[in-house]
Ligand binder design. Structure first.
Ligand SMILES: NC(=O)c1ccc[n+]([C@@H]2O[C@H](COP(=O)([O-])OP(=O)(O)OC[C@H]3O[C@@H](n4cnc5c(N)ncnc54)[C@H](OP(=O)(O)O)[C@@H]3O)[C@@H](O)[C@H]2O)c1
Length: 263
């Protein structure tokens, strides 16, 4: 279903306090949608909401931890009551680390699955029934290229994003006839706070060279929603890797090994 006009629509963006979520929230508001912003850092959300309001838009701030089911359900109820239903849900909150599986603390592996995958489950469970009832909705999953092609140093992160992609693909087919559109977004390396100093130090040179600004990704997401696409990989050229991986896995494996050597 094409999202051609944001006026009169309501949207909730998770992970709206920085990076991709912040830009996406600003763009949805600029198009005329009424927004609910969520993440843990209330001060950052308030600043972004104030910028939206200064531009003539409407924005609610609903701080919560996506890994806490009760907090998510409460924030979702509040968003539905105050906005009169949520038409667009952007599941974007998440974090990553770069380390080998042997180095990775098991507690953080559990936490990453809770935040990146279960957080998405909680928000979708909370808001999808309302969309189905109104027979209108869009659910965007900001997954990752790591949810399609796994590389070294990302095992726990890739697992959480593969889970997210699987959920989105299945759900997309289930809810289409209820008037709900699902878009799965797989970004490559995007310059945001996601990459701290440690991650940049560990990042292979090839990946560093391929890093792009978030504005282009947000343009591409808005365009994909307008056109009613179900999948977006950005930068788009990366998607050719999915074909190589499916048809010639050994070539893909050699290429990944070559390009992910540490600097
Ligand atoms: N940057 C990339 O290269 C890249 C590539 C592929 C996919 N992605 C995905 O894109 C999404 C956004 O990342 P970004 O690049 O924009 O990074 P970012 O600037 O670090 O944003 C991450 C957002 O997630 C929120 N968040 C993290 N943990 C949370 C929690 N427990 N509860 C609620 N909110 C939480 C953060 O807010 P608070 O800290 O305020 O809670 C923040 O708003 C992530 O899912 C990431 O995996 C990023």
């Amino acid at each position: 279903m094409k999202l051609t006009d944001l006026r009169g629509k309501t949207a909730l963006v998770t992970g709206a306090s920085s990076g991709i979520g912040e830009l996406l929230a600003m763009r949805l508001a600029a198009g005329g949608a009424r927004l609910a912003l969520t993440a843990r850092r209330r001060d950052r959300l308030e600043q972004i909401a104030n910028r939206i309001r200064a531009g003539g838009g409407e924005a609610l701030v609903l701080p919560c931890d996506v890994g806490d089911r009760e907090q998510v359900f409460e924030a979702a109820r509040s968003a539905e009551q105050q906005l009169g239903g949520v038409d667009i849900l952007v599941n974007n909150a998440g974090y990553g680390h770069h380390r080998t599986f042997l180095e990775w603390d098991v507690g953080d592996i559990e936490n990453m699955m809770r935040i990146n995958y279960l957080g998405t489950v909680y928000w979708t469970k909370a808001l999808l029934p309302g969309m189905v009832e109104r027979r209108r909705g869009w659910v965007v999953f900001v997954a990752s290229v790591a949810g399609r092609i796994a590389v070294p140093d990302e095992s726990a992160y890739a697992a959480s994003k593969f889970a997210m992609v699987g959920l989105a693909e299945s759900l997309s087919l289930e809810v289409e006839d209820h008037g709900i559109h699902v878009l799965t977004v797989c970004p490559g390396a995007i310059r945001t706070e996601f990459f701290d100093e440690e991650a940049l130090q560990r990042m292979p040179r090839t990946s560093k060279r391929m890093m792009v600004e978030p504005d282009g990704l947000v343009d591409a997401i808005m365009d994909a929603l307008r056109k009613g696409k179900h999948e977006l990989t950005y930068p788009r050229a990366i998607a050719s890797g999915y074909v190589v991986r499916a048809l010639a896995p050994s070539i893909m494996r050699s290429s990944v090994r070559r390009t992910t050597r540490r600097p």
